[in-house]
Design a protein around this ligand. Structure first.
Ligand code: V47
Ligand code: SF4
Length: 384
């Protein structure tokens, strides 16, 4: 019996399954119904069907490293374990342009393709400072793709420089910025946002920055911080706004659900979600966001074994090698205290899940196809 003919007791779930198998978009109400009533097995089967329709067995990864210029921040998001208030910046790190270039130079003989720049919002690290960083990186290594700055960092930088979003983005693009990461989105719903990150750019501002980037020909990602005080309806509201913008611009590449981690932050009393809930989140995102090409599990946050599991629940990308260059998740209590994977480890991890590893560039250009996993490889591939 093919999966399409599996009987479903609940007629509403059956209707949703029929829509998915007919390639139709599900509504907000149906998305909410999945969160409320869809078992992991049910949403997982639908998500896996969509994933295989879109990508077959291919699972993407890339070779990347991060630069985190500072963890001093003018904002005080309650879920953040990483930043130190700018007022207490003696406890924080601040890298100079030369220190950041030393990080770039460390990879001179390595086949990395992307640098991801993200950090706290530091008033002295302004638009000109970052434009100079971008120019220096590009002068040193023109082929390295620069994905940088969340909408939160950009909003602050542009306002301080008295530039419109369009002017600011054009300026950074000219200096070498090629795409935007998805951070800072958190949860758009104002009633939740004001409880967890009241003082930074709001949902409309975040969407405006990404829309403008798309209009300038830059591709971007989108995240959602889930599993804290939000309700299922807020997750749907967040994904609806992303889906609507994607209908207009087509500029999003990847949706990255980020599981809230509760160590050493102001929300440590909020329990973390279960693994089942995390996998349901990936699966429902895959089903609801029909116009997003990719769903990414960010393994430094989720742990490598859970990231591997997510490949059966709609995920087709697991980010990159990272090389222990990010602290955001280790400081928030993630299992991966020094996140780094060799290409071989990533390839093994993907093959062990019976998927086909493909190294990609940031914009999903194929760099190397490692082929389907053989039975032998699947059996012997080990996770270090
Ligand atoms: O916006 C901060 C999140 C994000 C916690 O675009 C937390 O490819 C969970 O956006 N628990 C920044 N999450 C990182 C980010 C990202 C990461 C990897 C790839 C890409 C991409 C983007 O980190 C923040 C916030 O949502 N975050 N603290 C925490 N305690
Ligand atoms: Fe600052 Fe980002 Fe942490 Fe918020 S999540 S406090 S904006 S570093």
């Amino acid at each position: 019996m093919s999966i399409q003919t599996l009987p479903v007791a609940d007629s509403q779930l059956q209707k949703i399954a029929d829509k998915v198998y007919n390639g139709q978009r599900i509504s907000d109400e149906e998305g909410l119904y999945l969160f409320e009533h869809g078992s992991l097995a049910f949403v997982g089967a639908l998500a896996n069907y969509i994933r295989e329709q879109k990508h077959g067995n291919i699972t993407y990864f890339n070779r990347n490293f991060h630069i985190e210029p500072t963890n001093a921040c003018v904002y005080s998001c309650h879920f953040c374990s990483y930043s130190r208030l700018y007022a207490h910046r003696d406890e924080a790190w601040e890298l100079s342009l030369e220190q950041m270039m030393d990080i770039v130079r460390k990879y001179d003989n390595e086949p990395v393709t992307e640098v991801h720049i993200v950090g706290g919002v530091h008033p002295k690290m302004n638009l000109e400072f970052f434009a100079e960083l971008l120019r220096k990186i590009k002068a040193h290594r023109p082929d390295l793709h620069i994905k940088g700055f969340t909408a939160v960092e950009l909003d602050y930088m542009f306002r301080k420089a008295k530039k419109t979003v369009r002017e600011g983005l054009e300026y950074l693009k000219e200096a070498g910025l090629e795409s935007l990461p998805g951070g800072g989105a958190e949860i758009f719903a104002p009633e939740i946002r004001k409880q967890i990150c009241a003082d930074k750019v709001d949902g409309q501002g975040w969407l405006h920055i990404h829309q403008t980037a798309h209009e300038l020909g830059m591709q971007t990602n989108a995240t959602m911080l889930f599993g804290h005080i939000e309700k299922f309806e807020h997750r749907i509201d967040h994904m609806r706004q992303l889906r609507e913008l994607q209908d207009k611009t087509g500029g999003f590449n990847t949706f990255i659900p980020l599981k809230f981690r509760n160590k050493d932050n102001d929300m440590s009393h909020v329990p973390e979600t279960s693994l089942i809930e995390d996998m349901r989140m990936y699966a429902i995102a895959r089903i609801y966001l029909d116009n997003f090409p990719h769903i990414k599990a960010y393994w430094p946050m989720l742990g490598r074994q859970n990231a591997q599991l997510s490949l059966s629940f709609g995920v087709n990308d697991i980010d990159g090698t990272i090389d222990d260059t990010t602290k955001i998740y280790s400081m928030a209590g993630a299992e991966e205290q020094n996140p780094s994977m060799t290409t071989e480890e990533l390839v093994n991890l993907i093959k062990q899940a019976k998927r086909r590893p493909v190294e990609r560039g940031t914009l999903y250009n194929i760099i190397k196809d490692y082929g389907e996993a053989s039975a032998v490889e699947v059996n012997i591939a080990s996770l270090n």
